[in-house]
Ligand binder design. Structure first.
Ligand SMILES: Cc1cc2nc3c(=O)[nH]c(=O)nc-3n(C[C@H](O)[C@H](O)[C@H](O)COP(=O)(O)OP(=O)(O)OC[C@H]3O[C@@H](n4cnc5c(N)ncnc54)[C@H](O)[C@@H]3O)c2cc1C
Length: 630
């Protein structure tokens, strides 16, 4: 297995490899979209021995997959919607992630459900919890989470003094994860198994087989080998010697292969798709990628991508906005590792422990603006505060809010014209767009693995037999160490002056990959120092984000690797200068490029925060656009 290291040179090599694919030497599967779904598809396909590529228009997880509630859960709410299959599947995935696939990243968390009435509510919620526990039973395996338990008013007050309660509650266990970290760890694991991955490389058009000549056309992918061994990382196979593919500056469509036609304007008619046209955002070079099958895992962007393919077939996807706020941990008194779940008028509200903060959300409102920039409004924040204050003994104020973020749920739209996203199931759907291309949409972060398996099975459906999914037994990178004890822990504490909390936090972010950060610190001991402006992180984490985790911009590091988007009151503006100085050499930034990055990052944060002072989505979008132009 390879290291899965995503540094700038690896990204550049990946783009070269993708650009060298041709009609004669296509990838087996190309994944468009590097959220958790696409990352899962890339890993599933790579571990089946397929030759796989994945690209994202922005950073890994820059869409919805960094803006969720970060719960790995069955979803009690779906029990109420009688969606038993979804709950059972999600609980199974939760336990698999907790015990086998990503025990370093996915951690247990407990919740209390405060009751509205002493008898009826206790019986109703209690029976739901019993079902939830029962659905998590796996014959022959130990329970990953403890059974639920009933708490009387006094018991609940002692576990969660910050909660207003008359009737007690019920406590149960679930799990949580840094969603962006899960996603880029999936990408790294896919690369370690042979996938070729490039972020900041949007797909701008689709390649169609010319009806008469292209033998590569067709709707099913063929594995490069079928023995279950990992496929190529692209360094040694499938390079075209002729001039039918390659990278070119600008949008010169003549760089495309002779046997294909491009259809960037979407005028086609569902003809077979044999690849895509993409752009390297760092160099502005255009290139083509050939693949036997292209999987769109583009979440709320799916309809736009389907249009670009020129096919009239496809999925309809509803975007529903959900926001979260963070507040300091000491604003709500509770035992460590314990959160709250409570019902709201349209959704459920979680108050989730998140390090030194509480993560509180969410909302569920239709989003009718551009899907590229979901924004939080003042009204959203008030709604979350009101819902939280309905159960808290000491009300939270607007001034308690550290940060806020908005995400868009990609919900497969029902056939009716309904715009009411709360009635749409979170289950996923896979659909053929045209021969050689399909889309997978919906589901949840928790169920990314089963979605991925379905998507790859769908891509391979015309080929029987085809290699089966193996991801149930493929741990993610770093999963082999979740704890450091004894003399090793003492040595690390003594060598770097880290306390147990710091060490545990590092372990839960990196697992056994922590060794790679320690190697960097050995070379440059000053990297063991906390980052100014984001002191819960070490300088080495910013450097590692660029050298191994695929970050190429300040926001990639500060928002999706260090999570200053939700944990820093200034969203990382103060830390940006120090981070820029640390990563500039690896990214080849001179003084001018560094200043431009800093300016762009600061302006983006300012525009988002200005939008948070408006009342409606439309006003927020207008304010954001005006600030972005400044
Ligand atoms: C508020 C909220 C809370 C949630 N909470 C939970 C939770 O607690 N637990 C849970 O299990 N699930 C949760 N979910 C659901 C979960 O977050 C989503 O189902 C999941 O993140 C969707 O992932 P995705 O990969 O399908 O989409 P995305 O993460 O949006 O990925 C799509 C990707 O496609 C890329 N893309 C778009 N166009 C192009 C192009 N032209 N070329 C290349 N790439 C392109 C985008 O850049 C993006 O990265 C929540 C969702 C929301 C909104």
């Amino acid at each position: 297995m390879r290291t899965g290291r995503l540094d700038p040179a690896a990204r550049s090599r990946a783009i070269d490899t993708l650009a060298r694919t041709s009609a004669a030497t296509p990838l087996d599967i190309l994944v468009v979209g590097g959220g958790v779904t696409g990352a899962g598809v890339a890993l599933d396909a790579a571990t089946r021995g397929l030759r796989v590529g994945i690209v994202d228009a922005g950073d890994w997880a820059s869409g919805t997959s960094s803006k969720s509630s970060k719960l790995v859960h069955g979803g009690l709410r779906y029990l109420e919607m009688l969606d038993f299959a979804l709950v059972a599947e999600a609980l199974r995935e939760r336990d698999l992630l907790l015990t086998t696939l990503a025990p370093h990243l996915v951690r247990p968390v407990s919740f209390v459900f405060p009751l509205d009435s002493p008898v009826a509510d206790r019986a109703y919620i209690g029976s739901g919890m019993t079902l939830y526990d029962a659905m998590a039973i796996r014959p022959g395996t130990r329970r990953a989470m403890p059974l639920h338990r009933h708490l009387g008013p006094r018991g609940l007050r002692s576990r969660f003094p910050g909660l207003r309660t008359e009737h007690g509650g019920i406590e149960y266990g679930d799990a949580q994860v840094d969603d962006a970290r899960l996603t880029h760890t999936l990408i790294r694991t896919a690369v370690a198994h042979g996938a070729v991955a490039a972020n900041h490389a949007p797909v701008t058009g689709y390649l169609h087989a010319s009806e008469s000549t292209d033998g590569a056309a067709g709707g099913s992918a063929t594995p490069s080998n079928s023995d279950g061994e990992s496929g190529s990382d692209g360094s040694g196979t499938g390079r075209a010697s002729g001039g039918d593919t390659g990278r070119a500056s600008g949008a010169d469509s003549s760089a495309g292969p002779a046997s294909c036609t491009e259809d960037p304007a979407g005028r086609g008619t569902g003809r077979p798709i044999v690849g895509v046209r993409a752009r390297d955002e760092l160099t502005a070079e255009e290139f083509t990628i050939h693949a036997r099958h292209t999987v769109l895992a583009t979440g709320v962007w799916t309809e736009r991508q389907q249009q670009l393919t020129g096919s009239s077939a496809g999925l309809r996807v509803l975007a529903s906005k959900g926001i979260h706020i963070t507040v300091p941990r000491d604003r709500i008194a509770a035992d460590p590792g314990l959160g709250v779940i409570t019902r709201t008028e349209t959704s459920v509200l979680f108050i989730i422990p998140w390090g030194e903060l509480w993560l509180i959300g969410t909302t569920d409102t239709p989003w009718r603006e551009s899907v590229s920039h979901p924004l939080v409004t003042a009204e959203d924040i008030e709604r979350v505060l009101t819902n939280a204050n309905a159960v808290l003994s000491e009300p939270l104020e607007r001034t308690d809010v550290v940060a806020a973020y908005a995400g868009l749920r990609p919900l497969v739209q029902p056939p009716a014209d309904s715009d009411d996203s709360t009635r749409v199931s979170r289950e996923h759907a896979t659909k053929e767009i045209a021969p050689g291309a399909s889309a997978i949409v919906g589901g949840k972060l928790t169920t990314y693995r089963v979605m991925a398996e379905d998507a790859v099975d769908f891509a391979l459906r015309a080929r029987r037999p085809h290699p089966r999914s193996r991801t149930e037994s493929v741990p993610l990178l770093g999963a082999d160490i979740t704890e450091i004890t004894g003399p090793r822990r003492e040595r690390l504490r003594a060598a770097h002056g880290w306390d147990d909390a710091r060490l545990d936090r590092l372990l839960h972010r990196y697992g056994s990959l922590l060794g790679e950060l320690l190697d960097l610190i050995d070379e440059r001991p000053e990297l063991a120092e906390p980052l100014p402006g984001a002191r819960e992180h070490l300088a080495v984490e910013a450097v590692y984000a660029v050298r191994a985790e695929g970050a190429v911009h300040l926001a990639d590091v500060l928002h999706r690797r260090l999570r200053c988007d939700l944990a820093c009151a200034d969203r990382g503006v103060e830390a940006a200068r120090a981070v820029a100085a640390l990563i500039a050499p690896d990214l080849g930034w001179d003084a001018e490029a560094t200043a431009a990055e800093l300016q762009g990052f600061t302006a983006e944060v300012a525009a988002q925060r200005a939008a948070e002072r408006t009342r409606t989505d439309a006003e927020a979008v207008a304010e954001y656009a005006a600030r972005s132009r400044e």
